[in-house]
Design a protein around this ligand. Structure first.
Ligand code: ATP
Ligand code: MG
Length: 363
C-alpha cells in the first residue's frame, strides 16, 4: 500500500523504516525538504508547491499523521477522498485538553480535577475551586511541558494568566504522584486490540529523558486497570492505530494525565524491545493487516533520549545491548535528536548499561 503521512519528523521516519519490510511505500507532507523523513519516501513539501497536501492525498491509499495538532478541518476534507486513521473523533478529542478531560469524566476514567479557564477572572474562580498548587495549561498545542504554569500562591495568578496570551486554557489540580507511567495500545480496523506493558517515564524540565520498559513492580491488577481505561477510550473513539495514555501512579491508584493519538516517545523502546514495535503495529493497523505480538523481547528494557547535543555516541555503538537511533536533525537546545534503546536480561545488566550511558542523561 501507499501510506501518506501528514508530517515528516522522526515519528514519520520511524513509521516508514518499520513499514518497508511489509512492502508498503511512503509519502510525507511537510514544510521543507530537510526534515527527518524527507529522504525516506516521496516528499510533498510546501516549499515546492502550495498544493503539497493534495499531492500527498493523490499519492496515498491511506493517510495517517504524526501529531495531535493536525488541522481537523483539513483531515475532514482529506477523508472525503481517502481513509484517514486515526479518525476525526480521535484527533478532535485529543488535540484539546478540555475535550480530552471531558471524555475521561464521561467514561469514569480518573484524572486530575480541572476547570476550564478563558480569562483572569475564570482563573481566580478556578483557583478557589481547586486550591493550590495547580497547573495552568494551554488547551491546545502544548508539548514537552511548554504552555504550562505551575501556580504555588495566589500572587502568581496575574503572571500565570498573562503567560497564556489569552489562549483557552485549563487549570489542573496538582497530583502528587509516585511515578509517571504510560500505556501504549493499538486497535485494528477489525477491532482487534493489543497492549504493551506499562512503562515508567522519567522527565527533566518537562522533557522525557528515560523510559524503563516494562515498569518494574507493577501489579497485574494495575496493568489490567490501565488496559480497561485504554479499551474504553479506543472503543469510544472508534480509534484505529496506536493510542498512548500517560498516567500518574498515586497512593490512590492510577489517574490519567493525557493521551496522544499516535506513536509516542515512551514507546520507542519497542523497536528492539518488543516482538512488534509500536511503529510497525501502527502501520499494520492503518493498512488493515493483522496486529503483531506486543510481548517484550527482553525482561528489562530502557530508552534514553538524546536531547540538544548528539553526545558521545561511540559509547552506545560499542555496547552490545545498546541500539542507536538518530533522526538526522541538527543540534539545538532541548531538541529530540535521537534515542538509545537498551535491552537486558537482568535488572543489574540494565542498570550497568544505563550507567555507561549516563553522559546522555541530566546530572
Ligand atoms: N496535574 C499535574 N500534577 C502534577 N504534575 C503534573 C500535572 N500535569 C502535568 N504534570 C507534570 O508535567 C509534565 C508535562 O505535563 P503534560 O504531559 O500535561 O504536558 P505536555 O507538554 O503535553 O508533555 P509531553 O509533550 O511531554 O507529553 C508531566 O509529565 C508531569 O511530570
Ligand atoms: Mg505529557
Amino acid at each position: 500500500m501507499k501510506i501518506g503521512i501528514l508530517g515528516a519528523g522522526q515519528l514519520g521516519r520511524m513509521m516508514a523504516i518499520s513499514g518497508y519490510p511489509l512492502n508498503h511505500q511512503f509519502g510525507f507532507s511537510g514544510n521543507g525538504n530537510n526534515e527527518p523523513a524527507s529522504l525516506l519516501g516521496h516528499m510533498f513539501a510546501l516549499e515546492d508547491t502550495a498544493d503539497h497536501i493534495e499531492s500527498l492525498v493523490a499519492f496515498a491509499d491511506v493517510i495517517t499523521y504524526e501529531s495531535e495538532n493536525t488541522d481537523v478541518a483539513a483531515v475532514k476534507e482529506i477523508s472525503k477522498n481517502v481513509a484517514v486513521y486515526p479518525g476525526v473523533k480521535s484527533l478532535f478529542t485529543t488535540q484539546h485538553r478540555g475535550r480530552e478531560k471531558a471524555l475521561f469524566d464521561q467514561l469514569n476514567i480518573p484524572c486530575a480535577p480541572y476547570q476550564r479557564v478563558n480569562s483572569e477572572q475564570d482563573l481566580i474562580e478556578a483557583v478557589n475551586v481547586l486550591g493550590l498548587p495547580a497547573i495552568l495549561k494551554i488547551a491546545t498545542e502544548g508539548y514537552d511541558g511548554k504552555g504550562q504554569f505551575l501556580i504555588h500562591n495566589e500572587n502568581q495568578i496575574g503572571e500565570a494568566w498573562a503567560s497564556m496570551n489569552d489562549a483557552e486554557s485549563i487549570l489542573e489540580g496538582f497530583v502528587s504522584f509516585k511515578r509517571e507511567l504510560s500505556l501504549i495500545a493499538v486497535r485494528g480496523i477489525d477491532n482487534d486490540h493489543k497492549y504493551y506493558p506499562l512503562v515508567e517515564n522519567i522527565h527533566h524540565n518537562g522533557i522525557l529523558r528515560l523510559t524503563i520498559a516494562p515498569a518494574q513492580n507493577i501489579d497485574s491488577a494495575v496493568q489490567a486497570t490501565a488496559e480497561r481505561y485504554m479499551k474504553t477510550l479506543l472503543d469510544e473513539m472508534d480509534h484505529v492505530g496506536v493510542l498512548t495514555i500517560e498516567l500518574f501512579e498515586t497512593d490512590n491508584g492510577l489517574a490519567v494525565n493525557e493521551m496522544a493519538p499516535r506513536v509516542h516517545n515512551s514507546g520507542h523502546w519497542s523497536i528492539e524491545g518488543a516482538n512488534t514495535s509500536q511503529f510497525e503495529n501502527h502501520i499494520r493497523a492503518i493498512s488493515g493487516m493483522p496486529l503483531g505480538d506486543t510481548t517484550p523481547t527482553h525482561a528489562f528494557n530502557a530508552m534514553i533520549n538524546i536531547i540538544g547535543k548528539t553526545g558521545p555516541i561511540d559509547i552506545a555503538l560499542k555496547l552490545p545491548n545498546a541500539h542507536l537511533h538518530l533522526y538526522d536533525k541538527s543540534e539545538r537546545a532541548d531538541r529530540k535528536l535521537g534515542h538509545i534503546n537498551i535491552t537486558a536480561n537482568s535488572q543489574a545488566e540494565l542498570e550497568a548499561s544505563i550507567d555507561k550511558l549516563k553522559d546522555f542523561l541530566p546530572k
